[in-house]
Ligand binder design. Structure first.
Ligand SMILES: NC(=O)c1ccc[n+]([C@@H]2O[C@H](COP(=O)([O-])OP(=O)(O)OC[C@H]3O[C@@H](n4cnc5c(N)ncnc54)[C@H](O)[C@@H]3O)[C@@H](O)[C@H]2O)c1
Length: 270
């Protein structure tokens, strides 16, 4: 169902890898709500070819960019503005990758060269995206930039490993850049702290099934899925949330403010 919440708006969506990706669902919802979009992902992800199906369904060009490469980002914003014939109204940063988790390294035994890479891909990249747009004056006033994060930035989830530190940095960048971009162009920047979600990145976390089941039991509304998250992104891209900026917004069925639930107590009593 469309309410045309994003009619006339132009957006760039990072991170649609396959039809489980949060970015994939968000692209579909943005298209449904009347937005014009450009899809982007790392060149290696584009080679898988999946994204072309989404591009066709959303009538969107695909422009490759590695989020750690400033030249790629500049090219992406330049080509996107050419395509739209104008500036950008919203950006979804839905990017994450832990090099140490991939290698199976425990948090107490990180390879720090790999950790730099993790922080660059998963956190500094939001700064890179914002700085590129800021320097190129690529965003329309009241534009909206959204990054995706996880509650391990505030509370310890041991197997989330170095990504907890990456997400803390990501949230801090959203706050700090949100200040500067707000003052300059009234552009807002927020992060959404999403429930555990079955995607390629999510399933990379050790013990993910236990993790997602526990969160389901600990959330009064249950876990928010990727479609719910996509809907929330649409609201943040729309004009209905113009005064929301520099926030970390929990989208987790109430998990973040729940001490314990009856379902968890009953499980423990078994
Ligand atoms: N799945 C979860 O449980 C969950 C929960 C909270 C937050 N998040 C966050 O949501 C975001 C999207 O993840 P997802 O769960 O949809 O998984 P996903 O694996 O579908 O998406 C991650 C994306 O990051 C892209 N990426 C990796 N390195 C890149 C690079 N160098 N340049 C450009 N793109 C690159 C990948 O190609 C992929 O498209 C991530 O930031 C993730 O941390 C996920």
């Amino acid at each position: 169902m469309s309410n045309n919440l994003l009619k006339g708006k132009n957006g760039i969506i990072f991170g649609a890898l396959n039809d489980q990706s949060i970015a994939w669902k968000t692209a579909q919802k943005c298209h449904e709500q009347g937005a014009s979009i450009v899809l982007t992902n790392a060149p290696i992800a584009l080679r898988m070819g999946e994204i072309n199906k989404l591009a066709e369904a959303c009538n969107a060009p695909v422009i490759g960019a590695d989020v750690t490469n400033m030249e790629d980002l500049k090219n992406l914003f330049t080509k996107s503005m050419e395509h739209f014939g104008g500036k950008i109204d919203f950006v979804l940063h839905s990017v994450g990758m832990s090099m140490n988790i991939r290698k199976g390294n425990h948090y107490t035994k990180l390879n720090h060269e790999l950790e730099y890479k993790t922080l660059d891909i998963s956190a500094l990249s939001l700064h890179r995206v914002c700085q590129t747009a800021y320097e190129m004056d690529a965003m329309n006033e009241w534009g909206s930039i959204v990054g995706l994060t996880y509650i391990a930035a505030q509370r310890v989830f041991p197997d989330y490993n170095e990504m907890a530190d990456a997400k803390s940095l990501l949230e801090s960048i959203a706050r700090s850049f949100g200040y500067h971009y707000g003052v300059k162009n009234k552009v807002r920047i927020n992060t959404i702290s999403q429930s555990p979600t079955k995607t390629t990145a999510g399933s990379g976390v050790k013990g993910f099934d236990g993790f997602i089941n526990y969160a389901e039991k600990m959330s009064p509304l249950g876990n928010a899925d990727a479609n719910d998250c996509a809907n929330y992104c649409v609201t943040l891209f729309s004009d209905l949330t113009r005064m929301v900026t520099m926030q970390n917004l929990f989208h987790d069925g109430g998990f973040s403010f729940t001490g314990v639930t009856q379902a968890v107590i009953e499980q423990m009593e078994k």
